[in-house]
Design a protein around this ligand. Structure first.
Ligand SMILES: [Mg+2]
Length: 110
């Protein structure tokens, strides 16, 4: 599985199966998932908490990089699980939001 050859839909299906196989659908309520996203985001921030900007840029050359990838994945897994539970087409939602952001923040090369 890698970014280039994997669709969001495939990852969403993998997450949905993982949740269903463990009977976690009831626990994975939208409320609980929104909290879980924030909790995992905090775990991601904790990795950077006392680092300088330069140390943070260099994180990929340290032993903490594996931990960082795990916490980033936790955030994204919960985001995609929330999209699953609420039947959100997240690719369309992201496209729509990028378009909206583009109007709010137009390119200004002047
Ligand atoms: Mg975590």
């Amino acid at each position: 599985m890698n970014d280039k050859d994997t669709s969001i839909q495939e990852i969403k299906e993998k997450i949905a199966k993982f949740v269903k196989d463990r009977n976690w659908n009831e626990a994975h309520s939208p409320k609980n998932l929104s909290m879980s996203i924030a909790i995992e985001a905090s775990e991601l921030m904790e990795i950077f908490q006392w680092l300088s900007t330069e140390e943070a840029w260099n994180i990929s050359n340290t032993e903490e990089f594996t931990h960082l990838k795990e916490e980033l994945s936790d955030v994204i897994i919960y985001c995609l699980s929330l999209a699953n539970q609420l039947n959100i087409d997240i690719a369309t939602a992201i496209e729509d939001k990028i378009e909206k952001n583009g109007k709010k923040y137009p390119i200004n090369n002047g």
